[in-house]
Design a binder for this molecule. Structure first.
Ligand SMILES: C[S@@+](CC[C@H](N)C(=O)[O-])C[C@H]1O[C@@H](n2cnc3c(N)ncnc32)[C@H](O)[C@@H]1O
Length: 334
């Protein structure tokens, strides 16, 4: 079986389109706008702060690399569990500048129709501009307006994605949004949120609600049971991505990379065939053993793979936070 590994870094074509769009933009002005938008997010606000073309571009330059990396990592994880999934249609809800659409188009060569929904006119315009004249996105449809109303009009899709969106919906309306997303899902629904306790809580609530409606968890959980993690612990992952020079400048950052923390769930209409354990934190590797925190099909486990089990140890040394532990390398738990 050939596993699909989607690069966490923005596609060169998308990066080039963003860079072209940013030509002539004052870096200091873009950094100021991106900073103000981030501050609004940190204060619990949403994308309403993004009103102009310059705001939308500043947002995309600052945040698109991170949200793209999180969606790419989630898509890699779900295709590892369901390698036969070959969607033809995509519905990207709260699409913003089109981040998840680009990642999904990269992951699935079979995708041929793309429907995007977003309430924000400036972000919609940017998404359309970035995708314009790209033959891959010939069959593109954009629905303006509130997700809940627009979803009622939207076509069903094989793959539905809601990336960094649920956090922008009133808490009281999140359950109805979950139902509406699921109602449009023919194959798989992927929901990605910031990797904070609050983001995880939204994922867990949506997950429980949709399992009760017949959904099966493809990733990250190897089961449909109640999440075994107890506060203050929460299920989240991290994806490293390279920062371009413009990205570094915009964020006032020195490091050439950043680590995007995210929580996600991928839910399928059909039962899941393989359910390998998932690595929930970076394993500790010594010359004596590899020790890893795993979520398994029957709950949490601390797995210890001793050095004396040469083959298993060699495999376990490669485990990273977020990986699925494929059956050949499943160790004995404690
Ligand atoms: C943080 S951005 C994420 C954009 C994109 N999905 C990504 O991952 O980069 C959230 C997006 O959700 C959109 N949004 C928020 N509330 C919405 C609503 N009620 N209906 C439609 N779109 C909404 C915003 O306009 C914004 O584009």
């Amino acid at each position: 079986m050939l596993l699909l590994m989607i690069s966490p870094n923005l596609l060169a074509e998308l990066q080039a389109a963003l860079t072209r769009k940013a030509e002539g933009l004052s870096r200091a002005d873009a950094a100021r706008r991106a900073g103000a938008i981030s501050q609004t997010y940190r204060g619990g606000g949403g994308s309403g702060r993004i009103r102009t073309e310059q705001d939308a571009l500043a947002y995309a330059l600052a945040r698109m690399p991170g949200t793209y990396a999180a969606v790419a990592a989630s898509l890699t994880a779900l295709t590892e569990i369901d390698p036969d999934f070959a969607p033809h249609s995509l519905l990207d809800v709260g699409a913003g500048p089109g981040t998840a659409t680009w990642a999904a188009a990269e992951a699935f060569a079979t995708l041929e129709s793309f429907t995007l929904i977003d309430a924000n006119a400036a972000l919609r315009a940017l998404a359309i501009e970035l995708m314009r004249e790209r033959p891959r996105f010939n069959a593109l449809r954009f629905e303006a307006g509130d997700a809940r109303a627009a979803l009622a009009q939207a076509p069903e899709a094989d793959l539905v994605v809601a990336s960094y969106v649920v956090n922008e919906i009133d808490a009281a309306a999140q359950a109805a949004l979950a139902d509406a997303l699921w109602a449009k899902t023919r194959g798989l629904l992927l929901v990605v949120e910031p990797g904070t306790p609050a983001g995880y809580a939204r994922i867990i609530a949506l997950r429980a609600r949709l399992i009760a409606q017949g959904a099966h968890v493809v990733a990250p959980c190897p089961h449909d049971m109640t999440c075994p993690l107890a506060p203050p612990d929460w299920c989240h992952f991290t994806q490293r991505l390279q920062r371009s020079r413009a990205h570094k400048h915009l964020k006032g950052a020195a490091l050439p990379y950043e680590d995007e923390k995210f929580s996600y769930v991928a839910l399928s209409r059909k039962p899941v065939v393989q359910r390998p354990a998932r690595v929930l934190a970076q394993p500790q590797t010594t010359k004596i053993a590899v020790t890893a925190k795993l979520c398994t099909s029957h709950g949490l486990e601390t797995a210890t793979v001793p050095h004396r089990d040469r083959d298993a140890y060699r495999q376990a040394r490669k485990w990273a936070w977020g990986d699925a532990v494929l059956p050949a390398t499943t160790p004995t738990g404690e």
